[in-house]
Structure formats: structure tokens, C-alpha cells
Design a protein around this ligand. Structure first.
Ligand code: BTN
Length: 343
């Protein structure tokens, strides 16, 4: 994998070359055009493309026509991510890529403490101390998975952030369904689930002052190209991966870009207040708990009943045997079959 790379907002020459080639798709881009735009010689352009070849790219080079991309790297490549984002978005977020980190959420906090401007996204190839909810560990090997954290300063009152993870989760889930065709669902409040197995999890951590959310880190782990059967038994028993369900590997770089775009758009809509109706209307399409017997454990207590969606604040609604409807703002949910899906 390339060395630690912080990608600047202004396109560097490699990113510009890749951006122009991606924009052209199947068409060739002439070496002259690239050289002119970059203010360098054609030999200079060629030398840069040779270096890109060392990172897993390949190019068709045809005399009098130019270049086109014939192969993209399989593993996460920060130059390719940046170029794809530049093609897909007029306002891509700053991106920090690390081959290895303790936790992308922890790294995000360090950048915030240094005063880094938001929004930005931290992406890592592996995590040595990936954080899950409730103090759990998030198994994060270097096996073609996604570990990323989105960082914002929303400056909204904490009460307005209540439905944040559910809304972003819904948008992520929708993007994943569109991209993979898989029946991915959401298990309230933060699990991405396929066939009752957990393929991903979300962890939102915020620093809150009395009246505003000073900063917020939305972390997401997604099992993409790994085989959870190789993992420790307790995790393997409840985990799924996208490639395992699809029966083929996915392009990690392309998927990452889809998700970055989806999360950034979802965040914008959340901040504009343009989400509540859609969240309510769409949640049933993704809610894997609906109609199921569940046990909710908020703060050590235990409540069993039938899950019946969410209320306007995003709290889980559970109807008990006595017909009483309870709402839960937070808590651990166990499906009636004792299959916890958490890890
Ligand atoms: C959960 O389901 O318990 C939440 C898991 C969240 C894991 C992601 S991986 C990227 C980000 N960095 C972390 O340390 N955790 C989140």
C-alpha cells in the first residue's frame, strides 16, 4: 500500500492525470493534453504514469491517441479515491488515508484537537484498535474492508442530532442496495445487516457543549471483500461480508466513493432539516426488526415485546404483551431468538 498520504484539496499532478483519464472513460486522452494542463513535458507525464503502474494501475498507451486506464488497483488507493471523488462531486471532502491506524475515530479526534477544518474523512486500510459500540472491539483486519470516519462540526443543539445515525444509516443502506443489489437492512440503531448477519456497524461520537454539538465523528466499518469464516469464532458466527453474499469481490475504491458521496449528501440534508419525513417513510423498507420479538436492554433493564418501527425522534418502539407501547432512545437489542448480531 502507498505511504501515509494526505490528499490536498488542490489536485496534485497524479490525481489530475487520473481524473482526466477517469472522465474520459473508454476514450483516450492524449499525452500532449495532459502535459499542457500539467505544465510538464510528455516524458514527465509518462514518468508519472510509470509510477502509477507501481501502485497497481495499468494504462493502454496507443501512439497518436494517448492513454486510457486499463486497470485500477484492487486495494484502497488514495490517489484513485481522490480522483474518483473529483469526478463524482463538485465539493469533495478533504480525505486522509492511512494504511494502518489504531482507530479512524480516534485519528479523527486527534485532527479535531489540532483544529483541522471540517468536513474531512479518515480512511484506513486496517485498524489495530477499532472501536465498536458499548466499548466493544471492532475486528479490523487488512482484508479489503472499509474503515472510515466522517468528521463534522454541526453546531446544532444536541436534541437536533438525535436521529443522525439512523438517517445516515438509511442513506448508506440505500446506497449499498443500489450499488450491490443485495437486500441489506438496518438493525436499530446502528447495524448493517444481511440475512440476519452483521456486515457493518456505525459509531457516532460527538463532543457536546451545553447548547451545541461542537464536533461529531461518524465512524463506519463495512465488511467488503473479507471472508468472516476465517475470523475468530465468536465474530464469524454473526458476521457477513458483501463479497461473501454476492459471490464475487467488489471494487473497494469505487464502493468507497459511492459511500463518501452518500454520507456527505445525507449530512447536507440533515443540516438543512430535509430528512424527517423521508426517514419515517423509508425506515420500514430497511428495518429488519419490524414485527419481530425483541428484547431491549437499556441501562441494565430488560424489556421484551414486538418491534414496531421508530418514532419521530428515532427512538425504537416496542409493544409489550400487555399492549403497552414503549419507546427506547438507546439500548442493546436482542432478537427473540437470542441472536444478538452485535460484536
Ligand atoms: C458497532 O457496530 O459496534 C459500531 C462499529 C463501528 C466501527 C467503525 S470502523 C471505522 C470507525 N473507527 C472505529 O474505531 N470504529 C468505527
Amino acid at each position: 500500500m502507498p505511504q501515509n498520504t494526505q490528499i490536498p484539496h488542490t489536485l496534485d499532478p497524479d490525481i489530475l492525470i487520473l481524473t482526466r483519464l477517469l472522465e474520459a472513460g473508454d476514450q483516450y486522452v492524449s499525452g500532449n493534453t495532459l502535459a499542457e494542463e500539467l505544465g510538464m513535458s510528455r516524458v514527465g507525464v509518462w514518468a508519472r504514469m510509470e509510477k502509477l503502474r507501481n501502485q497497481g494501475f495499468d494504462f493502454d498507451a496507443v501512439r497518436h491517441r494517448g492513454y486510457r486506464i486499463s486497470r485500477e488497483p484492487d486495494s484502497l488507493n488514495p490517489l484513485l479515491l481522490r480522483a474518483k471523488l473529483a469526478v463524482a462531486s463538485a465539493k469533495p471532502p478533504a480525505l486522509v488515508f492511512l494504511p494502518e491506524v489504531d482507530s479512524t475515530n480516534a485519528e479523527a479526534e486527534r485532527h479535531l484537537a489540532d483544529g483541522r477544518a471540517t468536513p474531512f474523512v479518515i480512511i484506513a486500510g486496517l485498524q489495530t484498535q477499532g472501536r465498536g459500540r458499548l466499548g466493544r472491539n471492532w475486528h479490523s483486519p487488512d482484508e479489503g474492508n472499509l474503515y472510515m470516519s466522517f468528521v463534522f462540526r454541526p453546531e446544532l443543539p444536541p436534541a437536533r442530532m438525535q436521529a443522525f445515525t439512523l438517517w445516515i444509516g438509511l442513506c448508506v443502506c440505500r446506497a449499498l442496495r443500489d450499488y450491490t443489489g443485495l437486500e441489506i437492512g438496518l438493525k436499530w440503531p446502528n447495524d448493517l445487516v444481511i440475512n440476519r448477519r452483521k456486515a457493518g456497524g456505525m459509531l457516532t461520537e460527538a463532543r457536546v457543549d451545553a447548547d451545541r454539538t461542537r464536533d461529531l465523528v461518524f465512524g463506519m466499518g463495512l465488511n467488503v471483500n473479507c471472508d468472516p469464516a476465517d475470523w475468530p469464532q465468536d465474530v464469524a458466527a454473526v458476521a457477513a461480508s458483501l463479497s461473501g453474499e454476492l459471490g464475487r469481490p467488489l471494487s473497494l475504491n469505487a464502493l468507497t466513493v459511492e459511500l463518501v458521496i452518500a454520507v456527505m449528501r445525507a449530512y447536507e440534508r440533515y443540516m438543512e432539516g430535509d430528512f424527517a419525513e423521508e426517514l419515517k417513510a423509508e425506515w420500514p423498507r430497511y428495518d429488519i426488526l419490524r414485527g419481530e420479538t425483541v428484547t431491549v436492554n437499556p441501562n441494565g433493564a430488560s424489556h421484551t415485546g414486538r418491534a414496531c418501527g421508530i418514532d419521530d425522534t428515532g427512538s425504537l418502539l416496542v409493544e409489550t404483551d400487555t399492549g403497552e407501547r414503549k419507546s427506547f432512545y438507546a439500548g442493546e437489542v436482542t432478537l427473540g431468538s437470542h441472536q444478538t448480531l452485535s460484536r
